[in-house]
Design a protein around this ligand. Structure first.
Ligand SMILES: Cc1cc2nc3c(=O)[nH]c(=O)nc-3n(C[C@H](O)[C@H](O)[C@H](O)COP(=O)(O)O)c2cc1C
Length: 187
């Protein structure tokens, strides 16, 4: 079975973005295994730590390397990506650069009305950088921009319940799975 990894840009326990990752894990349980990376345990990036990186950094890089593809699922903070997500990507951009050539799909939930568009534009730029060079699913027709999260998820720890959003998610994730498969065949 295909193995995918989710990198979630919010550390909040009841994060909508985390709940979107869980929704995807549950909904596609018969198509792929989804691991959710623990980026909250990564230290702040510091070049001085690079010679002997903490074990958690090595484990994070290993999880990316072992995955057939990666979802980056993030909120928008002040029109950009949260610092915790940038920190994780910076760690993944060094040494063996595990994101290089890795199929990646970008998604995001915000509580506002133009949710995560600006963050996703920045994120795509970061993922294209020479240190990262991820193989990102092109945005046309594949953007997942979930707005007004408060209205679309169940209460507490609830998963995504909005039918229209779920239908669009199914379509776009199926396209990502084809993208991942096509990259595997090309290798
Ligand atoms: C520091 C901070 C900055 C934010 N900036 C934005 C923003 O620029 N655009 C936006 O749509 N929402 C913004 N929000 C609101 C988030 O969309 C909302 O908090 C969302 O629930 C965060 O995602 P999460 O539920 O996965 O933690 C911001 C929230 C915080 C805490």
């Amino acid at each position: 079975m295909m193995k995918l990894l989710a990198i979630v840009g919010s550390l909040r326990k009841q994060s909508y973005n985390l709940r979107l990752a869980r929704t995807v894990r549950e909904r596609f349980a018969d198509r792929f295994e989804l691991r959710i990376a623990d980026i909250g345990s990564l230290p702040l990036f510091n070049e001085d730590l690079e010679d002997r990186p903490p074990e958690h950094v090595a484990a994070f890089r290993r999880q990316i390397k072992e995955a057939d593809g990666v979802f980056v699922i993030t909120p928008e903070y002040n029109w950009s990506v949260p610092g915790v997500l940038k920190n994780a990507i910076d760690w993944a951009s060094r040494e063996d650069r595990p994101l290089s050539g890795k199929p990646v799909m970008v998604m995001g939930v915000s509580n506002g009305s133009v949710g995560t568009l600006r963050a996703q534009l920045h994120l795509r730029q970061i993922l294209a950088s020479s240190g990262v060079q991820a193989d990102v699913l092109p945005p046309a027709g594949n953007e997942v921009l979930v707005r007004t999260g408060g209205e679309k998820f169940g209460s507490g720890d609830g998963l995504l319940t909005d039918d229209k959003t779920l239908a669009s998610l199914d379509r776009k994730i199926s396209k990502f799975l084809e993208f991942v498969e096509s990259r595997k065949e090309g290798r």
